[in-house]
Design a protein around this ligand. Structure first.
Ligand code: GLA
Length: 412
């Protein structure tokens, strides 16, 4: 949720097309070339390999992950690449193209959450989580380049954690199956960096498949890869970077978690996932105040919207998910209260210009909007959002078109 400085800002600068697999692969190769060149010039040697982890958006299912619920993210063709090689000793040196200054730490700093700070904390957090789980983590030199923009809610932090984790697992020959890697990467963020996020982001960036959305049950980590073929439906997914500054995002996120936990404990259930839509009215009556009621209503109805979306996608009825996306946005705006004026403006302008559906994606208080649009209307919708922004005096939004991409991979 928070953003490390391992990525390049401005990657969403006005209408870029990442729509074809070929364009995406070329862009990733460029990121890998920067990481490799950075490795060579910083360390005077060749890296042993390059590992790439993507950013993500969530198609639907917001603030459901920490309620043991359902999410449906897909990976974006924007990557963080780590070029790495082992060191002879147990120590870690990390360089990022964004800051230029390398950070070095040893086991003592890695074993004490909070000792490594700033963007390198995500790297130290991965080392910490691995060591804490009993793995013999190899010392390593790492060089990082990224096209996942910072501060846009596209999970640049999870991409950094996942790429570093993949590199260390491979370099050390560690026995950590990819299905178990999201929990470990999340521990780095929760336990070392101190951000109380759920399991969605790390699962998405590690487990997604090209051409599919990841239907994840956050209670037991079971997944189904759901075909999400936009071309076949003649649709395009616009990812609109609201460019809204994240206002109090961390504190508000934690407050939403607390409300949900309060609601679950009042109802005597392990998590809000255990409240079915059919039981919602009864559950609402048992909660003490209006705010807690609305927070719960969002989570319960959002879980159902994920299930309904999955049914439609399995039946290849992609266009029909539009109204679920728009309903999800209204629920985040009115019940969960996590949207901001820039975000609502982008959604309203996109819908008014003919988008099939639109919603904020991610934790909220800024970040990105998804607009599902007819392929031949992408430019029109993007232009309408820009015009609405200009009218209100907001910083111009960025727009990219996105296809579902694969999760973390070794490039060479
Ligand atoms: C952030 C968190 C996720 C999830 C979303 C909201 O992205 O990192 O765990 O809670 O917000 O759906």
């Amino acid at each position: 949720m928070t953003d490390p400085a391992g990525g390049a800002p401005g990657a969403t600068a006005d209408v870029e097309h990442t729509t074809t697999a070929g364009t995406a692969a070329r862009a990733t190769a460029g990121t890998a070339a920067r990481a490799t060149a950075g490795f060579r010039s910083r360390y005077g040697a060749e890296p042993a390999g390059c590992w790439a982890a993507p950013g993500r958006v969530n198609l639907i299912g917001e603030h459901t992950d920490y309620n043991d619920g359902y999410v449906l993210p897909f990976a974006l063709p924007l990557h963080t690449v780590v070029a790495a090689a082992p060191r002879d000793d147990t120590g870690w040196t990390v360089w990022s193209e964004l800051t230029g200054d390398p950070v070095e730490f040893g086991p003592a700093a890695a074993d004490e959450p909070g000792l490594v700070t700033g963007w390198a904390a995500y790297v130290a957090g991965v080392v910490w989580a691995l060591r804490d789980a009993g793995y013999a983590v190899p010392g390593a030199r790492l060089a990082i380049a990224s096209d996942v923009p910072l501060g846009s809610g596209l999970s640049s932090s999870a991409a950094l954690e996942a790429a570093v984790l993949a590199a260390l697992v491979d370099l050390g020959g560690l026995d950590l199956p990819s299905g178990e890697q999201p929990r470990l990467a999340r521990r780095a963020e929760n336990g070392y960096v101190g951000a109380p996020t759920g399991i969605m982001d790390q699962s998405a960036v590690i487990r997604c498949r090209a051409g599919h959305a990841l239907f994840l049950d956050c209670r037991d980590d079971s997944v189904e890869h759901i075909p999400f073929n936009l071309d076949e439906a003649r649709l395009t997914m616009l990812v609109i970077d609201s460019r809204a500054p994240h206002r109090h995002a961390d504190g508000e996120y934690a407050a939403r978690r607390r409300s949900c936990e309060r609601a679950a404990s009042t109802l005597g259930v392990p998590a809000l996932r255990d409240v079915a839509v059919a039981d919602l009215d009864d559950a609402l009556r048992r909660l003490p105040d209006d705010e807690t009621r609305r927070r719960m209503r969002h989570v319960v109805t959002e879980n159902q919207r994920v299930l309904d979306t999955v049914v439609l996608l399995r039946a290849r009825r992609v266009r029909e998910i539009g109204s679920l996306l728009t309903d999800s946005h209204a629920s985040m705006r009115d019940d969960f209260e996590i949207t901001v004026p820039e975000i609502d403006t982008a959604v309203e302008a996109a819908l008014a210009a003919g988008a099939v559906g639109a919603r904020m994606t991610g934790g909220g208080f800024g970040g990105c909007v998804l607009a599902l649009v007819d392929a031949d209307r992408a430019e029109t919708v993007a232009a309408a959002v820009r015009a609405a922004y200009a009218e209100r005096g907001f910083t111009a939004p960025g727009t990219v078109t996105a296809i579902p991409t694969a999760g973390t991979t070794r490039l060479r």
